[in-house]
Ligand binder design. Structure first.
Ligand SMILES: [Zn+2]
Length: 263
């Protein structure tokens, strides 16, 4: 199993600035007060500052966010008619999302940053479960972190499309984040998306076994040609990452009580 801490993934200032600019499109609430590239970082990082009136009392640091790109390695996940594998799109969105969150001062850990599964050493018949258990182990290593898994959907009938979010029923904060993702997506990306968030059953192993805030976003259907084409476009995937980033920031900082309970 390889767990890569995002802190070693360096980005140029230009890249970070462009990411924050993209984020500003999705985070009007943050920019309403001042408006500017620096404001979003300032607005977020102020939470980390020490209370000037009490040296011993420090403000909470931002909670860790675990980003889980579904599948990887020999497990490609869903595949579009054009042969695009889910695992590649998941990773692309997760890495962009991680850059956005880090630009906003939120620490990130990834379950994978390359095209690999987390099943080293397992026999072929045990690789899928080994992979899932290792992902769950990352989650359990940081039990208070926000856990966000990114996947693509597929179905036998091609007409179905649209993002859908699943949440762990083990902690009520999970539904809160799921609903934020749904509403942010409807506001900025898919206004006609009527899909409701669903509680994960035992078929979604990671959410079924996870404590804390844990959600899984199916970003779209690769079985739908139009949506598969969109998801194959890097610019569209950046928008999906922007929706997820804005939702996580809203979850962490949009409500004082939410922020406190995630510490
Ligand atoms: Zn998947």
């Amino acid at each position: 199993m390889s767990i890569s801490n995002s802190s070693i993934r360096l980005r140029t200032l230009t890249t970070v600035m462009s990411l924050v600019t993209l984020m500003s499109f999705f985070i009007p609430a943050v920019f309403r007060a001042g408006g500017g590239i620096g404001d979003v970082v300032t607005a977020v990082s102020v939470v980390q500052k020490t209370d000037a009136g009490s040296a011993a009392q420090t403000e909470p640091i931002p909670p860790l966010v675990i980003l889980d790109a579904g599948h990887g390695g020999e497990d490609g996940g869903a595949v579009s008619a054009d042969g695009v594998s889910e695992k590649t799109l998941n990773l692309s969105i997760v890495l962009t999302l991680g850059d956005m969150l880090e630009a906003a001062g939120v620490p990130v850990v990834y379950t994978r940053t390359e095209d690999n599964g987390l099943y080293d050493g397992a026999s072929p018949g045990h690789r899928k479960m080994t992979d899932l258990k290792n992902r769950l182990a990352v989650r359990q290593k940081y039990p208070e972190a926000v856990f966000l898994s990114v996947h693509m959907n597929t179905f036998s009938a091609a007409q179905y499309h649209g993002m859908q979010v699943f949440y762990s029923k083990n902690d009520e904060r999970s539904k809160l984040l799921a609903d934020l993702i749904r509403e942010t997506n409807r506001t900025y990306l898919q206004p006609d998306n009527e899909r409701v968030c669903k509680a994960a059953d035992s078929s979604i192993y990671l959410l079924d076994r996870s404590g804390g805030c844990a959600v899984l976003t199916e970003c779209g259907f690769l079985s739908n040609p139009e949506e598969a084409a969109s998801l194959s476009d890097p610019a569209y995937r950046e928008k999906v990452a922007g929706v997820l980033c804005a939702s996580v920031l809203q979850y962490l900082y949009g409500n004082e009580s939410i922020e406190r309970t995630t510490q």
